[in-house]
Design a protein around this ligand. Structure first.
Ligand code: PGA
Length: 244
């Protein structure tokens, strides 16, 4: 269960969140929990999460380790700041910041090389779903990106299926719709990496996951967890998602 805070909260607000959140998930041993705050809050989050089961993640990384790349942050820097996870290829990065399947692959490799666990996002836009292109889009994103990982690399990633039309809109994919897309992704994994990899890879659903719809989504055996945006900003609401 991963929270993507996007561009929200300051270090002080991060500290307050953890103070409220940790007691609510202290007994939640059924899943891994991660919070992905903005870069500037990673240190505060790592400090606040110390001794708990909650991991911290970044929301992006650049694929070079260091250099003249103003404004960028590298995998080794994120790792050294104490984070374990990194979200890669979020649709907001694809839509607003020019992320492509090729750069998703570069970032995923760099994250793995730095010892971070990538959460790689895929998903279709509304017009693509309406044109029955969902499977084709997922196939292109998979084959043009993470399918170039070695089997050893692939075994370390988590995939997040995030239909773009469901993100921040309150329009959640029905559990059946999400499960269908997850089956498509698992089929792609099976074709490329084999049945064992397909059964082991964790596929999270993301897009308007809330306390009141998480149970139905998680009832689908295809759905291994959730990547939560808006509802992860408030401790009680994210805790109730974790404890679905
Ligand atoms: P949302 O965002 O839960 O606010 O829809 C999900 C995401 O973008 O990861």
């Amino acid at each position: 269960m991963a929270g993507n805070w996007k561009m929200f909260k300051t270090p002080a607000q991060t500290k307050d969140f953890f103070a409220a959140f940790l007691p609510l998930v202290a007994e939640s041993k059924h899943c891994e929990i991660a919070i992905c705050p903005p870069f500037v809050n990673i240190a505060a989050a790592v400090d606040a999460a110390k001794g708990s089961r909650v991991g911290v993640g970044a929301q992006n990384l650049y694929w070079k380790n260091e250099g003249a790349f103003t404004g960028e942050i590298s995998g080794p820097m994120i790792k050294a700041s104490g984070a374990e996870w990194v979200i890669i290829g979020h649709s907001e990065r694809r839509q607003f910041f020019g992320e492509t399947d090729a750069t998703v692959l570069e970032r995923t490799k760099a994250a793995l090389a730095a010892g971070l666990k990538p959460i790689v996002c895929v998903g279709e836009m509304l017009a693509e779903r309406e044109a029955n292109q969902t499977d084709a889009v997922l196939t292109t994103q998979f084959n043009g990106g993470i399918a170039a990982l070695s089997p050893e690399e692939f075994a370390q990633i988590v995939i997040a299926y995030e239909p773009v039309w469901a993100i921040g809109t309150g329009k959640v994919a029905t559990p059946d719709m999400a499960a269908d897309a997850h089956r498509t992704i698992r089929g792609l994994v099976n074709a490329k990496y084999g049945a064992d990899a397909a059964s082991k890879v964790r596929i999270l659903y993301g897009g308007s996951v809330k306390p009141d719809n998480v149970k139905g989504l998680m009832a689908q055996p295809e759905i291994d967890g959730a990547l939560v945006g808006g509802a992860s900003l408030e401790a009680a609401s994210f805790a109730s998602i974790v404890n679905f």
